[in-house]
Write a protein that binds this ligand. Structure first.
Ligand code: ATP
Ligand code: MG
Length: 395
């Protein structure tokens, strides 16, 4: 329910490494799709903002993430970015993590869809069609950890042993320590977004993926809180006595099944029975593994799109890294950031332009005119440059 002007300002971060190859292609494809869908009644006003290595060139040596960039991204609400180099040394662990934390981007959204003709290890890859809602602010990924042998780790261990009487496992003072916080609020806002997405998009099920059989008070609680939220806010009722639930989609009148699966079993399920799964809601670490595993089933990280969302801000992004070996050579696959832009257009409600991008991209793949990462796995394909792939999509 964004209110979108006819010429929205969209900040973009070109990104480092292959960002220079893929981001300009993305802009050309988006401009062409918007023109095709709306003539000149709508147009994106691109605004370059800086982060990563390019920011250090523009703003000076230590400025990896300028305040102006954070401001633009939160003020204009919707933005898009290429991959960023992680600074070595210094206080920043990762620019992506910093962005997420600063803007409270608690959802990492990764749609997994198969484009006909893409190389896949599966016999029937077209059965894979899922949307992953990965919690992005909590869990063992929160970055609360201490190296083995540090005074912090040692005093924590002493506290756990002496005061909390933790003795049941091997727990030497030389252990490194990481903390896994999972809260009811954090779980609820993620699961709420996933269920709402299923409602808005007429999806038949939402699956909570967790390791609650082992980690009862974090991952187990995630499952319990997820079901409770569905009951309280969406009127879900137990299905055949539970624990699975069913809720009615108020838009379509159809049922949405809310189920849960243990994470390790789920990784088998996505290979064996991908058609049984649809919208996925999961914790941070599980979501990381699952996103990449599923991306590999449908063509790999070169064409897997993603977005990081808060309640107000959305940053759409290439999910791959900077791939320095092929950077600047017009070889990288722009598919990931192009499909992220497609998600961005849907987020704006510009579905006709988003549809045009999907048609263009699947057409280019079916014609076998793709970048090298895909071409070398497709027997009849012809390898083309990043920019040529962009032109094929537009054509
Ligand atoms: P970083 O250190 O930023 O993560 P990386 O090289 O590890 O950089 P990844 O995204 O992790 O980048 O990718 C691993 C490898 O996959 C790359 O080295 C590259 O060979 C390939 N790759 C990733 N993205 C693309 C792409 N868009 N097009 C072609 N190949 C890609
Ligand atoms: Mg990498």
């Amino acid at each position: 329910s964004l209110s979108v002007p006819a010429q929205p300002v969209i900040p973009f971060i070109e990104g480092d490494g292959i960002g220079v190859d893929v981001t300009p292609v993305m802009r050309e494809v988006v401009d062409a799709a918007v023109l095709k869908a709306y003539g000149d009644t709508r147009k994106i006003a691109w605004m370059e903002v800086y982060a990563g290595e390019k920011a250090t060139q523009v703003y000076g040596e230590d400025v990896w993430l300028p305040d102006e960039t954070l401001q633009a991204v939160s003020e204009y609400l919707v933005s898009i970015k290429g991959p960023l180099t992680t600074p070595v040394g210094g206080g920043i662990r990762s620019l992506n993590v910093t962005l997420r934390q600063q803007l409270d981007l608690y959802v990492c959204l990764r749609p997994i869809r198969y484009y006909d003709g893409t190389p896949s290890p599966l016999k029937s890859p077209e059965k894979t069609d899922m949307v992953i809602f990965r919690e992005n602010s909590e869990d063992i990924y929160a970055g609360i950890e201490w190296a083995a042998g540090t005074p912090e780790a040692q005093s924590l261990i002493a506290f756990l042993r002496d005061t909390m009487k933790v003795s049941k496992i091997r727990f030497p003072e030389t252990s490194g320590i990481g903390i896994k916080p999972v809260s009811r609020e954090g779980t609820e806002r993620l699961v709420r977004k996933a269920i709402q997405y299923a409602i808005d998009n007429g999806r038949p099920s939402v699956t909570l993926v967790h390791k609650g059989n082992i980690m009862k008070f974090t991952e187990g609680a995630f499952k319990v809180w997820g079901y409770e939220l569905a009951r309280r806010e969406f009127g879900a009722e137990p299905l055949d006595g539970g624990p699975w639930m069913r809720l009615r989609n108020p838009r379509t009148g159809d049922d949405i099944v809310l189920k849960d699966v243990i994470a390790d079993a789920f990784l088998q399920e996505i290979l064996l029975n991908p058609e049984d799964y649809d919208v996925i809601a999961t914790l941070n670490l599980n979501g990381d593994y699952i996103s990449d595993a599923l991306a590999a089933q449908v063509g790999g990280i070169g064409i897997a799109p993603g977005a990081n969302l808060s309640d107000s801000v959305g940053i759409f992004e290439a999910t791959h890294g900077t791939a320095p070996k092929i950077a600047g050579q017009d070889k990288a696959n722009p598919g990931s950031i192009v499909l992220s832009a497609e998600m961005m257009l849907r987020h704006l409600g510009w579905n006709e332009a988003a549809d045009a991008i999907v048609r263009g991209l699947s057409g280019a793949i079916r014609a076998g005119r793709v970048t090298d990462d895909l071409a070398r796995l497709m027997p009849d394909a012809q390898s083309v440059s990043s920019s040529e792939f962009g032109r094929c999509i537009v054509a």
